[in-house]
Design a protein around this ligand. Structure first.
Ligand SMILES: *Cc1c(COP(=O)(O)O)cnc(C)c1O
Length: 431
């Protein structure tokens, strides 16, 4: 987001933003503010200005800032052991893996791999899919087979590392780095015939392509503007993957860990059609602000394809992150935050439309992963206008604002968001 009114920055913000630019590569653009500390859903910048945060560090700060349970868990773990290497394990890591398998309702024999980000969760999933692809009959070269393929969706986002980027659609962020990982194809999101055609392209010898090892997709395409794929479509993709022995990998990096009102979005019938995936990736909210991500592979057969040396990371399963995640998951349960996400999300979506401000055309999303469609493409101007009034929202697309606040937001917080956005001028400048 570009700053439209730099002169409105306080003296400390201006100073630190200047210094930021002197020493950082410019991959994120100029920071909007330099933040100092937070409490609950509120955060203060270095000039002491307060903001109500409806972005939550992009769906990360599930418990808001400085939640006492999170601070206690991380502090206590820091005082015990912060890192061990994977020659050793720690109790928090073991408990966390068990808890995630349980919350996902994954079958007996399901296993977890930990990484440090969403991209790393997806890298692990793609590597697992490659190993799986090698077990498919049509992929055996001796029998005239071809390497198995992975299908990703248009508008999908899976991360910026080279593997995850190969499955990420947005041309402006992908094209400059081509050629990327071969064997990953894009299929039009929401078009079941296109998916059927992609599966039907499988063939032997000179004819057709290799079999499909996996389909990877989000159930709500977050970076694309909070766009649910539709339960019917997802159910039909699941049928196709079953029929053709392909894996279905659901990227729940943004939708997972209570964000949509269930632990995982695939547990929402109205998003998934009730399907069960073969693997789920997670990150963002899982450790409430500590960098952590990973993969849950459903069932022992798939999990068992990874053997010592297949994959790894120095920090994988880090005890500080695991302690942060256990505290996050427990607090979500203790404070009924799944229910809060569901209710506050409804309040937000309905309340925005009821303002009568003609800027707000429609809303979409589930739980506390939501967007409002704007009457004209002015989302950056609107987000900046809101920021100057102490409200953090995200211009996810030129014609849409995204909301992904902490799961602890209250009814009053949502009312405050609506009261501010109700006042938005209708003649804001287009992006
Ligand atoms: C944010 C995101 C990622 C990438 O996560 P990082 O932690 O930034 O690597 C992957 N998939 C989805 C759906 C995301 O929203």
């Amino acid at each position: 987001m570009a700053i439209t009114a730099t002169e409105q920055l306080g003296p400390q913000d201006s100073k630190w933003i200047g210094e930021y630019r002197d020493v950082h590569m410019n991959v994120f653009g100029t920071p909007l503010r330099v933040m100092d500390h937070g409490k609950g859903a509120h955060i203060w910048d270095v000039d002491g200005n307060e903001y109500l945060d409806f972005l939550g560090g992009i769906a990360v700060n599930a418990l808001g800032y400085a939640h006492p349970a999170w601070v206690k868990a991380v502090s206590e773990q820091a005082a015990k052991v912060a890192h061990t290497s994977n020659y050793f394990a720690t109790q928090p890591q073991i408990e966390l893996a068990a808890e995630l398998v349980k919350l996902a309702g994954a079958p007996e024999g399901s296993h977890v791999y930990f990484g440090n980000s969403g991209a790393e969760g997806n890298e692990a999933a793609l590597k697992l899919a490659k190993l799986y692809g090698r077990t498919l009959h049509g992929a055996l070269p001796d029998l005239g087979g071809k390497p198995a393929r992975i299908l990703a969706l248009t508008h999908g986002f899976h991360g910026r590392t080279l593997g995850a980027l190969s499955a990420t659609w947005k041309p402006v962020i992908r094209k400059p780095f081509e050629p990327l990982v071969p064997g990953i194809e894009f299929v039009e999101a929401g078009n079941i015939q296109a998916m059927r055609d992609a599966f039907a392209a499988t063939g032997k010898g000179e004819y057709g392509k290799g079999p499909v090892a996996a389909v990877i997709m989000e159930l709500i395409q977050g970076e694309a503007g909070v766009r649910p794929l539709g339960a019917d479509y997802v159910r039909q993709v699941r049928e196709l993957t079953r029929k053709h022995n392909a894996l279905l990998i659901i990227d729940e990096v943004q939708t997972g860990i209570g964000r949509t009102g269930k632990w995982f979005a695939f547990q929402r019938e109205d998003l998934s059609g009730g399907i069960v995936p073969d693997a789920v990736t997670f990150a963002k909210g899982v450790a409430g602000g500590f960098p952590m991500g990973g993969l849950i592979a459903f069932g022992s057969k798939l999990s068992g394809l990874f053997t010592p040396g297949s994959h790894g990371s120095t920090f994988a399963g880090n005890p500080l992150g695991a302690a942060a995640a256990l505290a996050t998951l427990k607090t979500i349960q203790d404070e009924n935050l799944l229910q809060n996400a569901e209710q506050r999300g409804e309040q937000l979506r309905e309340g925005l439309l009821k303002t009568g401000n003609p800027l707000y055309v429609s809303t979409r999303g589930r739980g506390l992963l939501d967007a409002v469609e704007l009457a004209h493409p002015c989302s950056h101007a609107l987000a900046n206008w809101a920021l100057e009034r102490g409200l953090i929202v995200n211009a996810v697309a030129p014609d849409a604002l995204r909301f992904a606040p902490p799961l602890i937001v209250t009814e009053q917080d949502v009312d405050q968001l609506i009261a501010v956005l109700a006042q938005a001028p209708t003649d804001l400048k287009n992006d």
